[in-house]
Ligand binder design. Sequence first.
Ligand code: SAH
Length: 262
Amino acid sequence: MSARPPRFPLALDRVAPASRSAAAQPARQPPLGDARRGPPPSGLGLDSDGVRARMVERLRAGGVRADAVLAAFAAVPRHHFVDSALVTQAYEDTSLPIGHAQTISKPSVVARMLDLLHDGRSARATGSLGRVLEIGTGCGYQAALLARLGRQVISVERLRPLHEKARELLAALPRSNVRLVHADGRLGHPPNAPYDSIVAAAGGDDLPPAWLEQLAVGGRLVAPMRALGGGQVLVVVDRDEAGWRRSVHEAVQFVPLKSGVG
Ligand code: SAH
């Protein structure tokens, strides 16, 4: 516990056993150029509700605990966010290319992060992620999940084409509590701070000080970060009146957190 934002990189003195496999794997498909997504083409035999329900059961069996998180996965059509050529893989536990050398993270890893965020909130019996800051909108899938778990979602993406594509994809879904911002997410998003929940889908060498400052008292941050010994780990930071407290969890593999916009 400390009264000031902790200094990073963190010493990895409390690495939890690697209970889960690594996150986003390298993309197995070439980047996609087509920004237009629609419902899955007919004739593919994709029973979206059924395959999604089976994905949710696998997530539950894999240790995801929060019913609200599982319900969000059951409700959001992941196939809507991937290229039409990849819809048959949309409910496999794999990362998939979304263009511009980026990937949609695999469901088990997204679920793990949301479960961790939810844990932090349910400990305070609020039941909701409150006001959420997401760093790395990508295709918008996680933002759509967050929209069901939080009151308001601010999602920041540094690459304009992805920001615009996510806007188009999210517009087709019912929730309107998501605000997309094209900016360098390392700076957080001061206008809507403080945030009850902060989640990053890209990992850097450290946790940007802006994220810690913009985390509300009583809030929780979940982000990948470079481990001192190499690779990446999932880091959780809780803030209370006394300061910031962090814990280090399993190894993960997210795309790099980059500076500036593109
Ligand atoms: N949550 C996303 C995952 C996208 S991958 C989804 O559901 O699809 C991570 C994203 O982080 C990429 O789109 C990448 O461009 C973005 N990113 C990397 N560094 C960033 C930064 N500094 N600010 C905002 N976005 C960033």
